[in-house]
Write a protein that binds this ligand. Sequence first.
Ligand code: COA
Length: 335
Amino acid sequence: MRTPTPSVYIRGLGAYAPERRLTNEEIARHVDTTDEWIRTRSGIGERRIAAPGENPSDMAVKAAEIAIARAGLTKEDIDLVICATMTPDMVIPSTACLVAAKLGLKEVPAFDVGAACSGFIYMLQVGHHMLRAGDYRNVLIVGTEKLSSFVNWQDRNTCVLFGDAAGAAVLSKCDEPYVGILGNVLGSDGSNPELLYCPAGGAARPATPETVANSEHFIRMNGKEVFKLATRVMAASCEKVLAKCGVSLDQVTCVVPHQANARIIETVAKQLNVSMDRIPINLDRYGNTSAASIPLVLEEAYREGRFKHGDYVLLVAFGAGLTWGATLIKWHDAR
Ligand code: COA
């Protein structure tokens, strides 16, 4: 497949994780679990926890500043800000508006994307098309999450899985054909939202003393069902985007999955017949950081030289909603 110019590519990547490490052993002091259970069932060894008062918008700004500098740009070059988060600073206004203001960007459009852990893949599609439509030059996309504020630290089914972080990318146009984002597939199924959700705090169930007493403002999850659905939609999304772009999996240097659970990733790798050495993993150190997860691991893999200019990189995610998606990139370094 030939994408018409302009192509849209990731010009700079940035990531930020708070300093505080929370180990499995520490969690096991408060809930009935063990380091061994968490590692064998999820692959997670530790996660990062934001400092008190450190908000998703603050983490986003740190990741964004790195991405903008690595893109060789200044903040003034950014003309659109998109944030993906399911743990916004506040319900109103959007976190993107806060990020734009903290970056000192005046009057640039800014909005949030609500696609949970698939947020980065959704933003790539939205940013791609907004750039291609011609109205923007450089789009900042940031996935940022402070899941530690939405996790019930008494619920061992969920509290062991999540962590805090932010990851950012600057998307820009270039005239070279068939580079950068080659194709994108997205999907959703909202018919069973209770698989992974926060029961209260929205308009359907505003906060009351009862919702607080029942811990309804924290994440709840049917882990087994999510596991099954995740493996199905991730493999299918990869196959679909590759077919759309006319690229085979053998040509792909790195498959970069959402970092939710090592067993989910291994199952998808088996289904696709991809060896694990082509799949970067950092969930052992960060846990599931939702919308931040893909840029966090992508940035690390790029820094470590796991892919380079001209390589095909396949990103794939799933999340609450359910939502899912995959993006095929022909990595482009502006020279
Ligand atoms: N420590 C010890 N035991 C735990 C535990 C913990 N942290 N969490 C759950 N258990 C218990 C369960 O209560 C259950 O006990 P029971 O058999 O007495 O009822 C037992 O372990 C087995 O639970 P099960 O649900 O079968 O485990 P699992 O192998 O499915 O693994 C998950 C659980 C959550 C790790 C796994 O289902 C998963 O990762 N699902 C996907 C979740 C996800 O990725 N969510 C984010 C989407 S973006």
